[in-house]
Design a protein around this ligand. Structure first.
Ligand code: AMP
Ligand code: MG
Length: 341
């Protein structure tokens, strides 16, 4: 079910990329599709040595996947969750520090210590269940960043309490797409687009020398788009309850959890897309704003209009964009309401 949706999404996004790419350019280019981080990824680069650069990109994705996957007991995060202590690599240290910032900025809507709650709901094993309020109430005190002690001088991260576990699933793909853009640029690639399970990041222009057009999935009909955003040097990252969920007794339970009550976030949003130059920030904020709901998300954007823009869909099927997207977002299916600065 989940994979089918992902394949569909990738097709949508890649097709968008392809249709833009129908070769007006004589430059060397290469595309690759791979499965990593539990999702299908497509990478397309334009420039010299395109294939070799994609080899480097694939190796980088594998390195980060091994390191960050909660399901890999020997990886860095697996070891940390198993033993309560690990020496953080530069990548994981960066993710931890960015998580602290996102947690602070979102007033705890983003919290990477959510992992024990994800386990209770069965999202980590696909053995889904609805935990009781009592069970969640016992686990919730573990979802607390002050229980993770990081010593910058030694690089050691240590948990202060039994049962504490961390999960960078809310930012890992955005971090990875950001790393890929750096790697491309270090290797002379000026134009590229990647889609990591629908999370897109681009540099430069498309082969027609125009802005890249990125399609955003419609949460009401995940086989279609809600609209197109035209961007350069940006990440376009979406969080939606439809991406991963199960149903029990006619009720749907999705994978974006409100750290304040340990239940799937239910603040009136069904999709949040964040557009930012910073992939990690875009990924973390898409998760956080989904948890926060439209009013609080709007307030946060007004404090940082230069840092990001966003597209919101509410459960009454209204679509809002922040003002910064006014000239570059179009939708054929929704009436677009603009959130002014
Ligand atoms: P995303 O698809 O980027 O919104 O991330 C969802 C993933 O992030 C989930 O599968 C969990 O691994 C993790 N997650 C869920 N809720 C939160 C939260 N409130 N804060 C941080 N990470 C979360
Ligand atoms: Mg996210």
């Amino acid at each position: 079910m989940k994979k089918a949706i992902l394949v569909m999404l990738i097709c949508l996004l890649v097709c968008t990329g392809c249709s833009l790419g129908k070769e007006t350019s004589e430059r060397e280019s290469a595309s690759r599709e791979l499965f990593a981080m539990d999702t299908i990824m497509t990478l397309t680069v334009y420039g010299e040595h395109a294939q070799e650069v994609l080899d480097l990109a694939e190796a980088e994705i594998e390195r980060l996947d091994q390191m960050l996957s909660t399901g890999n007991p020997e990886g860095e995060i697996g070891t940390l969750n198993r033993t309560g202590k690990v020496n953080l690599s530069d990548d994981a240290a960066y993710l931890f520090e960015e998580s602290l910032k996102l947690n602070d900025m979102s007033e705890n809507a983003f919290n990477p210590m959510i992992y024990p709650v994800m386990e209770a709901w069965g999202f980590t094993t696909d053995e889904y269940r609805v935990p009781s309020k009592e069970e969640i109430g016992q686990i919730l005190p573990l979802v607390d960043l002050s229980l993770a002690e990081y010593q910058e001088e030694t690089g050691v991260l240590q948990f202060r309490k039994e049962g504490v576990k961390i999960d960078f699933g809310g930012i890992a793909k955005g971090y990875t797409s950001g790393r890929l853009m750096e790697l491309f640029q270090e290797n002379g690639i000026e134009d590229a687009v990647v889609s990591l399970g629908g999370n897109v990041q681009v540099i430069g222009k498309n082969p027609k020398q125009e802005l890249w057009k990125v399609a955003i999935r419609d949460p009401q009909d995940p086989s279609g788009f809600l609209g197109i955003v035209r961007v350069t040097d940006q990440a376009v990252i979406t969080s939606g309850g439809y991406e991963r969920y199960f149903e029990e007794d006619g009720k749907r339970y999705h994978h974006i959890i409100d750290p304040n009550d340990g239940f799937p976030a239910d603040q009136g949003l069904i999709s949040v897309t964040v557009i930012s130059r910073d992939g990690t920030l875009a990924d973390g904020l898409s998760t956080a704003l989904y948890v926060m709901g439209l009013n609080r998300a709007e307030e946060l954007w007004k404090q940082h209009p230069d840092l990001f823009d966003a597209v919101f869909v509410t459960d009454s099927n209204e679509l809002y964009i922040t003002e910064g997207l006014k000239e570059c977002f179009t939708s054929d299916t929704y009436t677009v309401k603009i959130i002014p600065e």
